[in-house]
Design a protein around this ligand. Sequence first.
Ligand code: ADP
Ligand code: MG
Length: 361
Amino acid sequence: MSTIIEARNLSRFYEVRRGLFAEPATVRALSEASFRVTQGTTLAVVGESGCGKSTLARLLTMIEPPSGGELVIDGKKLGATGHADLKALRKTVQIVFQDPYGSLNPRQKIGAILEEPLKINTDMPSRERREKAFDMLIKVGLRPEHYGRYPHMFSGGQRQRIAIARALMLDPKILILDEPVSALDVSIQAQILNILADLQEELGLTYIFISHDLSVVRFVADEVMVMYLGRPVEFAPVEAVFESPQHPYTVALLSATPVADPRRKRQNIKLEGELPSPINPPSGCPFHPRCRYARDKCSDIRPELTLHGQTLVACHGIEEGWIDYAAEPPPPGAALSGERAGTTPQAPDAAVRAPEPGSPV
Ligand code: ADP
Ligand code: MG
């Protein structure tokens, strides 16, 4: 399988002023992120709000140039200086945003919304554009008569279908999905995730699926990248992240996620303290002020991503073996929360592949 996206030390900084007379400060929204994505697969990017997920999305969609590092997309290299053929490359990568209400122009009919990318980027004749828009409506589970309606006539789930259809009009290879279901009801989330899965299979798409919610990620991702304060701290196949999370931050995120398999005992690390500011990130390991395993080294030296089993993890404690989750007694609350989750009537698989009641919502 071939690599379709490669990021090497990708960074994005913003200069900000925190007051009229204040010195400008630098927000390190994304720092030295390196990763690869295989064509036709889904990489989930997870982490708390403010950790740099949307910044990464803007770099991948070429809405903004990186401040440092390099991106190779579909074999073409882009650096801080851009790329000669950005226009062609922009068609390859399309984005779907979280807010299905804000992302569609309320004055345009659905047909015009879908055809706009073709109008701007191709010289396709209007009849063909129209046909393509109709085809795409069907593909995302809408109906031909929706072509002439306005966005306000649709529900949130339907609007997100329209946003997905619009993103696909230029036949992209890569879709960046920035919290695509976070604004939707849980029942609707499953429908949108199903549609995305079907489209991926049919069209061979590569997804970057951004979410703050690990429970959603589990059923869409092939690989997961966990970010903390603008840096990837763990990168692994999805099963590895859920079965043997390595970074204490990943373990903490999982502790806050309902357990899918009640037989599995899980460490229960509570995330304490606030997420520090990316203007003044902590020295050494960015997670050390919130990490209960932290030692002196953690505040002095920033750990690099190193391979541990199937997982790339940036943690001195894991690398040097002083963190051993298996050796710890399960915390008092762990079994309890496991049982409770086990009695949840919906198996997560069933939730995602649930039959969609009635017509598309
Ligand atoms: P996420 O999507 O994970 O919530 P973002 O990528 O939106 O995070 O933001 C990462 C950090 O960068 C945040 O601290 C945010 O305030 C800051 N940031 C994002 N965009 C800008 C900008 N244009 N100017 C200044 N700071 C920004
Ligand atoms: Mg965001």
